[in-house]
Design a protein around this ligand. Structure first.
Ligand SMILES: [Zn+2]
Length: 245
């Protein structure tokens, strides 16, 4: 049975992961939820498997309601959308084992799914098309055209796109798209949801608020940090409201 994560445990995990990038921070949180796996094993999970674990963890901590902000690309209207964890949970991918083999015209490609380490190896400022090519190249284990071996940097652009689509089909949780429509101008579009960054920024907001609450309660009542963290968040709020302004 999953044990309930305490505020102190989460706060410690957040503190230890603070210096990392948001996605590496999110992996540290996942380690908290899946202690039987090493960090190395977690980094080898496909993006979809990683994000499925993060969504489950997120639901355990904050419940199922999620919100995100975006600006309409057509008219610039800022909007806030609300959805549930279940709405962004993909059906589990078919339980086929890696590596996969696929034929695209004369090409025969053996590949695996992108994982956390692959994403971490990308250069953040690079052009998106360049990043996509690098990511796919890392995941191609063997490529042949008409039976002749092909080096990773010889893969044509259409093949990169076809492989990327095939990977999304095989790992749907790794590519969550929110269907959005603007209340102002009725423009409709899809925006990707980066689950790891989303969960990390939520934990960060929660942790900073919690530290402030601890400070206020400790100042007002003289309680120790450990005792304040040990009471429920509902009781912390109740005591905060009783503090004279
Ligand atoms: Zn609009």
């Amino acid at each position: 049975m999953e044990h309930a994560l305490s505020a102190a445990e989460l706060l410690n995990a957040w503190e230890q992961a603070r210096a990392l990038s948001p996605t590496d921070g999110a992996l540290s949180l996942l380690a908290l939820a899946e202690p039987e796996k090493t960090r190395e094993q977690l980094a080898q999970l496909s993006i979809g498997r990683r994000d499925a674990g993060l969504l489950k963890l997120r639901e355990r901590i904050f419940g199922s309601r999620m919100t995100a902000r975006s600006n309409c690309p057509a008219c610039g209207q800022p909007m806030e959308m609300s959805f549930t964890v279940a709405e962004v949970q993909a059906a589990p991918a078919p339980a086929t084992a890696e590596p996969f083999t696929a034929n695209f015209g004369a090409h025969e490609i053996k590949f695996r799914l992108p994982n956390h380490s692959d994403l971490a190896a990308l250069v953040p400022g690079d052009d998106l098309a360049v990043q996509k090519r690098r990511l796919i190249q890392r995941c191609v284990l063997d490529a042949k055209r008409g039976g002749h071996p092909l080096a990773p940097d010889e893969l044509p652009g259409e093949l990169i796109n076809a492989l990327s689509e095939r990977m999304s089909e095989l790992d749907p949780q790794g590519d969550v798209q929110l269907a959005l429509s603007c209340p102002q101008c009725s423009h409709r579009w899809h925006a990707p949801l980066d689950v790891a960054s989303y969960v990390w920024s939520e934990i960060e907001t929660w942790a900073v608020r919690l530290l402030r609450d601890v400070h206020q309660l400790a100042s007002a009542y003289g309680w120790r940090e450990a005792d304040i963290l040990a009471i429920s968040s509902w009781r912390r709020q109740a005591y905060l409201e009783m503090i004279e302004p």
